[in-house]
Design a protein around this ligand. Structure first.
Ligand code: E4P
Length: 221
């Protein structure tokens, strides 16, 4: 399963890119709004792409098909490699259908049920983003929705790539990998948590101490 970072923070993206574990970035208007308002959003997104080189999703704001298609056209003028992120509403699917006809990559976002995922696939979405955490937040079972979606994909041989989104903790990531999601888009904090284990840290400290003691006993530094 590929990992993307769910962030618009350049420092987080750069730090994660350096260790080579991610192949893409998903942004959304809320993530972009958290960044320094003096930053030029277009420059920031282009900088993000230059840092990662892989998938970068950029979301439209319009809720009518014409507006979404206009926004997609504008985004692709200044960032031709963009995947256009479109909300899972009927007008959004009409835009996806048209963009798919033009061979433009799309990511249908705010999917909370397998039925929505299936509809997005049929409209021609390149990616379908299933939100787990927000389902858990309202007392539903987010991972069950990812599992069911993956099961339908396997049975039917569907083509859209499944992105597990709205990830809250490392167990979400593992459960999505077990379910067969193609990608998980993961916040920086959760990527850090995934890589950390107290026994690893203790082991590294012990190896260094043992090495230093050995060198001292040999009369070295
Ligand atoms: C996905 O593309 C979204 O940006 C993201 O995962 C939303 O997650 P949230 O529920 O943490 O806002």
């Amino acid at each position: 399963m590929e990992l993307y970072i769910d962030s618009a923070n350049l420092s987080e993206i750069q730090k994660t890119a350096e260790i080579g574990i991610i192949s893409g970035v998903t942004t959304n208007p809320t993530l972009l709004a958290k960044e320094d308002p003096s930053l030029d959003v277009k420059e920031l997104i282009k900088h993000i792409h230059a840092t990662i080189g892989g998938h970068v999703s950029v979301e439209v704001i319009s809720t009518d098909t014409k507006g979404m298609l206009q926004e997609a056209e504008d985004i692709l003028k200044w960032f031709p490699e963009a995947t256009i992120k479109i909300p899972m509403i009927p007008n959004g699917l009409a835009a996806v259908k048209e963009l798919s006809r033009q061979d433009i990559s799309t990511n249908v976002t705010l999917i909370f049920s397998p039925g929505q995922a299936l509809a997005a696939n049929n409209a021609g979405a390149t990616y379908v983003s299933v939100f787990l955490g927000r389902l858990d937040d309202i007392g539903s079972d987010g991972i069950a929705v990812v599992r069911e979606t993956c099961e339908i994909w396997d049975t039917q041989g569907l083509e859209s790539m499944i992105i597990a989104a709205s990830i809250r903790h490392p167990i979400h990531v593992l459960e999505c990998a077990k379910a067969g999601a193609d990608i998980a888009t993961v916040p920086y904090k959760v990527l850090q948590q995934m890589m950390k284990h107290p026994l690893t840290d203790a082991g590294v400290r012990a190896f260094i101490t043992d090495h230093e003691n050995m060198m001292k006993s040999k009369g070295g530094v």
